[in-house]
Design a protein around this ligand. Structure first.
Ligand SMILES: [Mn+2]
Length: 431
């Protein structure tokens, strides 16, 4: 799988090219403790190498085509921080043609790029590497009268790699399907705790417990559990408040499995019964999401998905008298923005907001089989929204599923979590 991707990248790079790919290093959390290591998504995609401080060199201008620079084996260091594959493991277990100690990389770098016409490298990640590449090119240029030709261009390889990552392979979709199933289990467990008097962090705890108990790395992003008006704050991650009767709790949580994110939101009626205004808003978002899901087909676009959601939301806000006027005029004037201020979809994959361009030649790009995206309309009526009827203030609803585009439509990876209002009431009540 990883080798196939490397060959695809090499093909796309064309002849006389070398790619310098930097893996993630450890990031300090405080003093001498680090955040848990998480490999750079592109590096993982191309190498499957899950250890800090590695550098990959891929080339079409000479052999060997695949070299890894890695932290060497070191029993003393490994006693503290754990196993390192070392240069032997990089070759034996990760299919590198050859491997060297990472400390040799900067010294080797001028020789690695001196024969190439194109250097594929992401500038701005490591100033020492950037400087070495630019200095080497200048040096070669000075020698051009002696017949030396310096690399012509430094190319950002993300253009190629991110287009590859946008179309998921069957094996990737399978992982995302399993991640979605675990997130579904976590959501259902949290829903059963959504009763008055429970704290938001208790729901967060059961979600993240489920993520780890099922062997995932944990949450793919900071878990959001927002009761009542906290549900109107899009990135609320404080999760400290007590849940109150007749309110809603918005939960946005997904696990990361083998590098792949799931990203799911449900909004549950606290205590297992929707109050009138909460149910009215919920039903509009539920219908908007269904309208959006109906647009998830090959050839459709994220813009079409969004337009379908916006239209149903504006119609619903009109029915609830939260807006007044004509549907098309309200849409054209973006009068939904105080209630629905974000997009409906983003790509999903190794990154929760995954890579890949959203437009081709300025137009929304047509969806293709293998693309994974979220569908997540919402309505948020802030306490401070003076224009809204008092009974609706402090209500926030979002419903978010993960879909993969298939040849004849889409597969909803997170369909196992109920969405219909009656089903949600039954789920929360099922203690
Ligand atoms: Mn999302």
């Amino acid at each position: 799988m990883f080798a196939e991707r490397r060959h695809k990248l090499l093909d796309a790079m064309g002849p006389d090219a070398v790619a310098i790919l930097l893996g993630q290093t450890l990031v300090s959390r405080s003093n001498d403790t680090d955040y848990p290591f998480r490999q750079d998504s592109d590096f993982w995609y191309l190498t499957g190498f899950d250890h800090p401080g590695a550098i990959a060199v891929l080339r079409t201008d000479a052999d060997p085509t695949y070299t890894l620079y890695v932290e060497p084996r070191d029993p003393a260091a490994e006693t503290w921080t754990g196993y390192r594959p070392g240069i032997e493991g990089a070759v034996a277990d990760y299919a590198a043609d050859e491997a060297y100690e990472r400390s040799k990389f900067l010294g080797d770098l001028p020789h690695l790029i001196e024969k190439a016409r194109h250097v594929h490298h992401v500038l701005g990640r490591d100033s020492r590497v950037d400087e070495c590449i630019t200095q080497t090119i200048e040096e070669l240029r000075r020698r051009s009268r002696q017949g030396v030709s310096p690399p012509e261009a430094i190319i950002d390889p993300r253009g190629i790699v991110h287009e590859m990552r946008l179309i998921k392979e069957p094996a990737e979709i399978d992982i995302m399907r399993r991640a979605a199933a675990i997130s579904a289990e976590a959501h259902k467990a949290a829903a059963r705790l959504a009763h008055p008097g429970a704290y938001e962090y208790e729901l967060q705890a059961v979600i993240e417990y489920t993520f780890r108990r099922r062997g995932t790395r944990g949450a793919a992003y900071s878990t959001i559990v927002g009761g009542g008006s906290n549900g109107t704050i899009l990135h609320y991650v404080t999760n400290q408040a007590k849940l109150s009767d007749r309110e809603l709790v918005l939960i946005d949580a997904g696990c990361e499995l083998e590098g792949y994110a799931s990203d799911v939101t449900r909004t549950y009626p606290i205590g297992g019964r929707f109050a009138g205004p909460g149910r009215a808003i919920y039903e509009v978002v539920f219908e908007a999401q269904q309208a959006a899901l109906d647009q998830c087909n090959p050839g459709s676009t994220i813009a079409k998905i969004h337009d379908a959601a916006v239209r149903r939301i504006v119609e619903g806000l009109l029915e609830l008298k939260l807006l007044s006027g004509d549907v098309d005029t309200l849409i054209a004037e973006e009068k939904h923005r105080p209630f629905y201020m974000h997009g409906t979809s983003h790509w999903l994959g190794l990154d929760v907001h995954d890579v890949g361009s959203y437009r081709t030649d300025g137009d929304p790009r047509p969806l293709e089989p293998g693309m994974c995206l979220t569908v997540e309309p919402g309505i948020y009526i802030a306490e401070s929204n003076d224009a809204a009827d008092l009974r609706y203030r402090g209500i926030g609803v979002r419903i978010e599923d993960d879909v993969v585009i298939t040849p004849d439509g889409h597969e909803n990876l997170t369909e196992a979590i109920p969405r219909a209002p009656d089903e949600l009431e039954a789920l929360v009540s099922d203690r």
